[in-house]
Design a protein around this ligand. Structure first.
Ligand SMILES: [Mn+2]
Length: 303
């Protein structure tokens, strides 16, 4: 998006948002390749301009933003990678406590960005509110003995106390599941689920459920995570675990915009797998979503 590189700025430069990449896909259960997502999203972002027609806001006028580069990763280890991304993110814009927008990488890296967002929000005892756009629940306890994969990030973030399950909404989920345990965990913890079938049955009523949740979290600090597989494979084929029957690009962007003015304290866009992407559709959508996420906060700062 042609914003400056953090390394080109003075060390004491005050920043509101820093975008960075987490080029890791060791938490992937199916098609690997999301480690190349950050550079594809950056490429696609070249055509993005700073003003939003829909939200009537210009992000370049509302805050200062830089690209913090890519975090180091440990390709053979999810838990080591999480430690490395956490400490890299903690160092980004530490003096101005900038909000962080992470580009994945697979969904496992969100846990690191959520930890830092929670720290920068003052470690609220209740945890952060959260909005997750995803085809999957990501509440799997462990697979192949690994607790930190891309299907487990939300469960770990809730257990760590960084995310408040009762103020968490997952939008766009659809079958299939490994076991019903993932669904039971989500229900027991009182996560708000707005499934894809609800949108298909009655789009307006599902959107009202989203707005009701938006009203309920009010001005609370919120983390927004967007897995590109929330979109249908017809518009976002370049992803590791595609699920048919998802949102069109326009629908997904429209629902993201429903959170305009929310107190977004951290965000991510994950699971772009460029090797499976045709005509760069998926990275283009991911870059647009990243822009929309910044616009949500810009609306709140516009006054
Ligand atoms: Mn996911």
């Amino acid at each position: 998006m042609r914003f400056p590189r953090l390394s080109d700025l003075a060390a004491d430069c005050a920043l509101d948002w820093i975008v960075y990449g987490a080029p890791f896909d060791g938490g992937t259960t199916f098609h690997p390749g999301a480690r190349f997502g950050p550079r594809a999203i950056r490429d696609a972002s070249q055509y993005l301009k700073p003003a939003s027609l829909e939200l009537e806001v210009n992000v370049a006028e509302c805050f200062s933003l830089a690209d913090g580069g890519d975090s180091p990763v440990a390709p053979y280890s999810c838990s080591d990678t999480l430690d490395q991304v956490t400490s890299f993110a903690q160092g980004l814009g530490a003096s101005s406590q900038a909000h962080l927008l992470a580009l994945g990488g697979d969904h496992s890296i969100s846990l690191a960005n959520i930890r830092v967002a929670w720290e920068r929000a003052g470690r609220p005892a209740t945890g952060l509110a959260a909005v997750i756009f995803d085809a999957h629940l990501d509440t799997v306890d462990a697979v192949w003995g690994e607790s930190y994969g891309h299907a487990s990030f939300l469960r770990r973030a809730i257990e760590d106390g960084c995310i408040d399950a009762q103020r968490t909404m997952i939008v766009g989920i659809r079958g299939s599941l490994n076991t019903l345990d993932d669904l039971h965990f989500a229900r027991e913890r009182k996560i708000t689920l707005v499934t894809m079938s609800q949108f298909i049955d009655d789009f307006a009523s599902a959107e009202r459920a989203v707005l009701e949740f938006r009203g309920r979290i009010g001005d609370a600090p919120v983390y927004i995570s967007c897995d590109v597989d929330a979109a249908d494979p017809s518009c976002a084929p370049g992803t590791g675990t595609p699920v048919c029957g998802g949102f069109s690009a326009a629908q997904l962007l429209g629902i993201v915009r429903r959170f305009q003015g929310a107190q977004v304290v951290g965000a991510d866009v994950v699971e772009v797998c460029p090797a499976r992407d045709h005509s760069a559709n998926t990275s283009m959508l991911a870059a647009q979503i990243a822009f929309e996420l910044l616009c949500l906060d810009a609306v709140g700062r516009r006054g």
